[in-house]
Design a protein around this ligand. Structure first.
Ligand SMILES: [Zn+2]
Length: 351
């Protein structure tokens, strides 16, 4: 259960959507191309590799006169907040991978049916590839805002949400099918398991369980293949999804760390400024946590001029320090502690 104070904190700090999402009447979803999303989820591809340019513009990270390292706790007035071991599995920043499994009784937070909201982005020709597809509510709102922004700012249309929340049994079936697929190609048992794990996470290892991960392709390139990166939609996502709190979770040059093949369609919602920072540094989520564990946190001015502080604190004795007056959010890391995200300055004071 989330305590009253946590709920208050979450409400206080709901990130201002870049666009107001208007809920309309009709439900709109894509019905063409025999889109059996279940069957094309996380397929590897046989097409020619695409050229990847990963040079991202790096904004200055330092505030005037400041060190980017900020290893101590929040420097303003703080208060203690009681936390429990179970709460490390709550929040937008939970790390789920081959090394950080979800507990068997894990429950995703605030799932919502995206189809019911999709009308909000209909001008962008956004669509959902299957009925009653669920993701986290905040992530859904940001996804729709992003689709609208892509259309209004850059004329990019036709994003197609293929997959979101999956329960453990569904993931089990996906994984089993993939192992069978490799066996049908003549792989031995062990090799089939190894090959399958590159493309389909094992149950409890998939961040799709959280509702914070989603597979987003496009009407013109519905298949989940790495060639998606070379399309207008794929390129735009790669360069812009951070603005809405998303990262491309399994980058091409990080497969040795993530243990997952390059998936230009698989977005993970983390919220800002985490998505900004990860994008600018060219990291994957595992590297971001390596950094937070090592440095304890950082301060950061985002593209709009807001100033953030991010602190990592271990679960320890069951209380963490949080700002007494500034707005903040808390998320567990999925294993041993919490990330506290504080908005120090909501708008730019000096450029
Ligand atoms: Zn995925």
């Amino acid at each position: 259960m989330i305590g009253q104070e946590w709920k208050m904190v979450i409400r206080l700090f709901t990130l201002p959507a870049v666009m107001v999402i208007a809920l309309g009447g009709l439900i709109f979803w894509y019905d063409g191309a025999a889109l059996a999303a279940d069957q094309i989820v996380e397929q590897e591809q046989a097409a020619a590799p695409v050229a990847i340019a990963k040079a991202h513009p790096i904004e200055p990270l330092l505030l005037p006169g400041e060190d980017s390292r900020f290893p101590t706790a929040y420097r303003g007035e703080t208060k203690d907040l009681a936390v429990t071991a179970r709460q490390v599995d709550q929040g937008f920043l939970i790390l789920v991978n081959y090394d950080h499994l979800l507990p068997e009784d894990y429950l995703p937070e605030e799932l919502t049916v995206v189809n019911d909201l999709a009308e909000a982005a209909k001008e962008s020709k956004f669509s959902v590839g299957k009925a009653r597809l669920q993701v986290n509510k905040t992530a859904a709102e940001q996804l729709l805002a992003m689709a609208t922004y892509a259309y209004e700012k850059d004329g990019i249309t036709g994003y197609l949400l293929q997959s979101g929340h999956r329960d453990f049994s569904y993931q089990k079936a996906l994984y089993r099918n993939k192992v069978q697929y490799y066996k049908s190609l003549g792989y031995g048992d062990g090799d089939a398991v190894t090959a399958a794990a590159v493309w389909v996470a094992r149950p409890f290892e998939s961040e799709h369980h959280t509702g914070l991960a989603m597979d987003v392709s496009s009407r013109s390139h519905p298949g989940l293949q790495t060639s998606y990166y070379g399309t207008d939609n794929g390129l735009w996502l790669d360069e812009n999804c951070w603005r809405f709190g998303f990262v491309v979770r399994y980058p091409e040059d990080k497969t040795d760390i993530t243990k997952i093949g390059y998936e230009p369609w698989h977005l993970r919602y983390l919220g800002r400024p985490h998505s900004d920072y990860i994008y600018q540094q060219g990291w994957c989520l595992e590297e971001y946590y390596d950094f937070l564990y090592r440095e304890g946190g950082y301060t950061f001015r985002d593209a709009e001029g807001a100033i953030w502080q991010v602190d990592y604190q271990p679960l320890g004795s069951g209380a963490i320090k949080v700002p007494a007056h500034s707005p903040y959010t808390i998320s567990g890391d999925g294993s041993k502690g919490f990330v506290i995200t504080t908005l120090l300055e909501p708008i730019s004071v000096a450029h």
